[in-house]
Design a protein around this ligand. Structure first.
Ligand code: GCO
Length: 491
């Protein structure tokens, strides 16, 4: 995410006063080369007939352990950085903690039944490292492993494909006490943990994802301090980039060595970047490096971009020399280990001004960091096709929007139309040659939305946090029809 509410932004009205029409801005190319002055292009219109997805396209919904499980001390689970962070006064908007969240640790069976009711053929969840290894290293907590075995078996018994994220931000607290992702040892600890989970579930034909959104952890957790571990240090943020990517690479190597079934990838949140005018071109290229290429290039090309870190407008203002010193022989080979899929998470876009600030071009959702622009998904997918032609097949593992009211509702026309518009853009990109093989909506359930606590509801299914009652929203019913038809209708 760009900033999750921090960082400098230009007011949209100011942009318009400057005579810059948002429609024209939207037409700007992401191509880094300074191009012709932008011209307004007509918005894309969906065809009159439903857009059909390829046979075998995988449809699902996603959650993550800390956001839904609750039961944070059950069965030997150790504390994570999010338990610590949420317990600190003022960190979470409504003072919520990870308990009970959506109580999924105890309600997992009925939640899997809900997947069946909605006709979803795939479910993405994450394994909580502190359940499996309560201190982040050493002895395995068998009761933690057993929970995920039951969950996976429950999915398979219902004919649902498991997509398993190994790390969705809940680092065991003892590893943070030793430096967290700012230190190299954490990458080795992660590889050990990943090996434990691969061994435990080696027979399962799963989609494996190593690290969820290393960018968000590095920038929001270590640069802006709005997420756990709440650090504000540019050099630690840069180190967290490298060490998470190294952890990813080591885990892929452990996966291959384990002989586990299924395929593996990493989940990167990407952000199409549009310069607001020609004077912003250079800064926009650097912001693209910080937001996208700092992650895509090492994973897919085996090298870091040279323009992401530094003191020029738009760059991550860490010490580039110190960052280079972190990268040892063999690291980039590990980080660029061949993948079976690249998981991308798409929420919206950003504009960039000539000072490198991320500025609004499109209306935001209730999440102020989310500028909603469905065509940005098409741009993103096409950019990947052009810039990384050897990339593995793509899967969208997150895409969604919070309810427009904090209270929650099951009449969520905004989410339904958001999903429809994004699925149309996904189908459009497939038609233009993108190898996109699956889509997971974020999220199956209303849940603990990090620093926003329970106050932002991202679920297809409404959760009453008093009673834990689940009620599918209109979008969930609509999404079921899309999945069953393997097609998205124009309206
Ligand atoms: C992320 C995470 C999810 C969030 C979702 C909405 O993208 O930040 O993977 O855990 O809940 O994105 O913010």
């Amino acid at each position: 995410m760009p900033d999750r509410g921090t960082g400098p932004v230009l007011d949209r009205r100011l942009l318009l006063q400057l005579g810059v029409a948002a429609g024209a801005l939207a037409a700007c190319s992401r191509d880094p080369s300074p191009s012709e002055p932008s011209t307004t292009v007509p918005p894309w219109e969906p065809p009159a007939e439903p857009m059909v997805f390829p046979d075998g396209f995988v449809w699902g919904a996603a959650t993550s352990a800390f956001q839904v499980e609750g039961s944070t001390t059950a069965d030997g689970r150790g504390p994570s950085i999010w338990d610590t962070f949420a317990a600190e006064p003022g960190r979470i908007a409504d003072g919520a903690t990870g308990d009970p969240a959506a109580d999924h640790y105890r309600r997992w069976e009925s939640d899997l039944d809900l997947l069946v009711e909605l006709g979803l053929p795939a479910y993405r969840f994450s394994v909580a490292w502190p359940r499996v290894q309560p201190t982040g290293s050493g002895a395995v907590n068998q009761r933690g492993v057993d929970f995920y075995r039951r969950l996976v078996d429950g999915l398979l018994a219902r004919g649902i494909h498991p997509a398993i994220t190994l790390y969705h931000w809940d680092l065991p607290q003892p590893l943070q006490d030793a430096g967290g992702w700012a230190v190299r040892d954490t990458a080795d600890r992660f590889a050990d943990y990943a090996g434990i989970v691969f061994d435990a579930l080696r027979d399962v034909d799963a989609t494996w994802l190593t690290i969820n959104e290393p960018k968000t952890t590095a920038y929001v957790g270590y640069r802006w301090g709005a997420h756990a571990p709440g650090i504000t240090d540019e050099d630690q943020a840069a180190a967290a980039v490298h060490h998470q990517l190294l952890a990813h690479g080591r885990a892929v190597q452990a996966f291959r060595a384990s002989g586990a079934a299924g395929g593996i990838g990493i989940a990167l949140n990407l952000l199409p970047v549009y310069p607001v005018d020609r004077a912003a071109d250079a800064a926009a290229v650097r912001v693209d490096a910080v937001e996208n290429r700092l992650f895509l290039d090492p994973v897919l090309l085996g090298r870091y971009p040279t323009d992401a870190i530094g003191t020029q407008p738009g760059q991550l203002p860490a010490d580039a020399g110190r960052f280079e010193d972190l990268v040892r022989d063999g690291d980039l080979e590990a980080i660029s280990s061949p993948l079976d899929l690249l998981a991308i998470q798409y929420y919206g876009v950003t504009g960039v001004d000539d000072a490198g600030n991320q500025v609004p071009l499109y209306p935001t959702s209730l999440a102020t960091w989310q500028q909603v622009h469905p065509e940005g998904l098409y741009d993103q997918l096409m950019d990947l096709l052009i810039d990384y032609p050897d990339a593995p097949p793509l899967v969208i593992t997150e895409n969604g929007i919070p309810d427009p009211t904090a209270d929650g509702t099951v009449e969520d026309a905004e989410r339904l139309e958001f999903l429809r518009a994004h699925l149309q853009q996904a189908a459009r990109a497939i038609g233009d040659g993108v190898r996109l093989t699956g889509y997971y909506a974020w999220s199956l359930l209303d849940n603990f939305e990090w620093a926003e606590g329970l106050s932002q509801r991202w679920g297809l299914v409404h959760v009453d946090f008093e009673t834990q009652e689940r009620t599918p929203k209109d979008s969930a019913r609509w999404y079921s029809t899309v999945v069953r038809a393997n097609a998205v209708a124009p309206s």
